[in-house]
Design a protein around this ligand. Sequence first.
Ligand SMILES: Nc1ncnc2c1ncn2[C@@H]1O[C@H](COP(=O)(O)OP(=O)(O)O)[C@@H](O)[C@H]1O
Ligand SMILES: C[C@@](O)(CCOP(=O)(O)O)CC(=O)O
Ligand SMILES: [Mg+2]
Length: 396
Amino acid sequence: MEVRDCLISAPGKAILHGEHAVVHGKVALAVSLNLRTYLKLKARSDGKVCINLPNIDTFVCWELSELKQLTSSSDKKEEIQRLDAELVKSLREFIGVTNGNLDSSASAILAFLYIYLSLFGSGDMPSLTVSVWSELPTGAGLGSSAAYSVCLAAAFLCATGNIPTPLKEWEQTGRWCQEDLELINSWAFQGEKIIHGNPSGVDNAVGTWGGMLRFLAGKIIPLSRVPLLRILLTNTKVPRSTKVLVARVKDKINKFPSIMIPVLDSVDAISCACEKVLTEMTCEPITGDHYNILEELIDINQHHLNVIGVGHPSLDTLCQVTAARGLHSKLTGAGGGGCGITLLRPETDSTTVQGTMKDLRDRGYDCWETSIGGPGVQQHFPSSVKEEIMEVLNQY
Ligand SMILES: Nc1ncnc2c1ncn2[C@@H]1O[C@H](COP(=O)(O)OP(=O)(O)O)[C@@H](O)[C@H]1O
Ligand SMILES: C[C@@](O)(CCOP(=O)(O)O)CC(=O)O
Ligand SMILES: [Mg+2]
């Protein structure tokens, strides 16, 4: 089978409120970032399947004949809701990791092989190269795993013809219809399951649809009217794994249910209160009071996240450094290090922003003011993608 070359991208995300609680059926508010992951799929004619993942220093090639031996149990295309445990087991054996947590390279390979074999396994398997490059830091709370999984799902669904290639000749980028996006999202969720263990699905939903959304127990509600928020993103560069942190929170809830469940309920209430304020800000003049509430909600939630055990000294430092300049911060994503967000007011002057960024950089953190609300998964003409990204992808 010959596939058509394609170029796909999907955005990362920041969770405003509700990380971890969302895994336990509570509301989360999340927004896409203007930082994206790009995937290039290229047909080959030598019977090999190759992946190049320079962000995590992973470059692997297999013979199609090796992969064909793994397909016997994987021809259940319609059953995408549940992970095929048998296929995961044989893939773990194939890559030589039979027990324990997977490292970043093994997780990315497993997610790739799982989606590839599930979608092509029952038919003619194509020889191809997939190369991925991301503007997002990996393993830092900005949903790089979901952006990666969304790109894989979209590329392979296009290649199988399950969804059309949406790019028109006269357009630079193309988007899919709602039904196709739902299919992309559900396959991306499988990738997230492999990387996260027990994901809520919020990250892949943002990677698929973009914009700001409210997520509750698998239900995705796009918030179409949201105020323009200024956010400072800080990467403490302390590495952590979402899978490990999500499992740690579950253990804590099991150990202290009557203590932890009220905390999750409170986080839920914070997300709802935040959504209410954001909605008010779109239909009445924005005042200092709106920002006072948003800031207090950030502070309370950061305390809750510490209580559920996903804080880190590096994140405490972020909160202290920004508080010294009158700014409010919380971790975003799984915590345990990784990234935090700091809310900037419209009137926060550039001296304060620059000074804060310098203080944070002096502590070894990366820090940048970001715009939010980037589009969801897209197909691109190469000319619509930044030159430096194409340069990386074209090396392979
Ligand atoms: N650009 C990428 N290339 C390859 N693998 C990626 C990429 N982005 C993410 N991943 C996979 O996702 C993992 C990080 O996921 P996770 O721990 O959920 O952190 P986050 O989603 O917050 O970045 C990486 O270790 C890797 O397995
Ligand atoms: C902690 C959690 O709420 C978000 C994880 O995001 P990230 O992988 O750290 O970017 C987990 C989830 O929702 O699946
Ligand atoms: Mg993730």
